[in-house]
Design a protein around this ligand. Structure first.
Ligand code: HEC
Length: 180
């Protein structure tokens, strides 16, 4: 092999080795983009990373004092169960309820008349995480309610399962139905 060609091969080999080492170092030291949230009392549920990108199962509105708009989102495992209406939800299923204050929209109202409402300030982020072993005593679901990224108190978490169990035990403790 001519010398120049040999040098070129050596350079390529050296570059490949260096690139591999760099990748390995980067992977080992990769920092999670979002720090794990504090865990909810009783259940130890944390805010699942990336939940805001999940698919929409349905939306809901609560009038009265809360005056909120909500989106119910599901991770892929929960979404498959919703779509096929297959119960119970499998382990690994997570359902999120994302709530905002419901506010009138001055911009939309200009186009539609005074009737348009949109999400205002962020309210609670709530999660139900299916793990039939860990959460055997609460229908297989772990609950977490967060406000401004922090879990709400134990008293609130003491109410989650009781209410879900009173009304929707026949739908694996989940109120929301998939809105096609
Ligand atoms: C007094 C009854 C009640 C209590 C207490 C309650 N929920 Fe719910 N939850 C509901 C109702 C009704 C819905 C459906 C309406 C909606 O989504 O706005 C719901 C929906 C949800 C959903 C979406 C999945 C589903 O079941 O539709 C999650 C997640 C959730 N709740 C989490 C929690 C957590 C966490 C707590 C406790 C901190 C809690 N809930 C306490 C009544 C309750």
């Amino acid at each position: 092999m001519p010398d120049t060609l040999k040098h070129r091969y050596e350079r390529i080999a050296a570059f490949a080795i260096a690139a591999t080492i760099l990748c390995a170092v980067a992977a080992a030291s990769s920092v999670p983009t979002r720090a794990e949230s504090e865990a909810s009392p009783i259940y130890g549920v944390t805010i699942p990373p990336g939940f805001r990108d999940w698919e929409v199962v349905a939306v809901s509105q609560e009038a009265g004092d809360l005056n909120e708009l909500r989106a119910i989102l599901a991770n892929p495992a929960a979404m498959r169960a919703f779509r096929s209406d297959k119960l119970p939800f499998p382990d690994g299923a997570i359902i999120a309820k994302v709530a905002w204050k419901r506010v009138a929209s001055a911009v939309d109202d200009r186009a539609l008349g005074p009737q348009a409402f949109v999400p205002g300030a962020a309210s609670t982020r709530q999660f139900m995480v299916k793990d039939s072993k860990r959460y055997a005593s609460s229908g297989g679901w772990g609950f977490g309610r967060f406000l401004n990224g922090k879990p709400t108190d134990a008293a609130q978490h003491g109410t989650c399962f009781a209410c879900h169990a009173s009304f929707v035990s026949g739908h694996d403790f989940v109120f929301t139905q998939y809105a096609p």
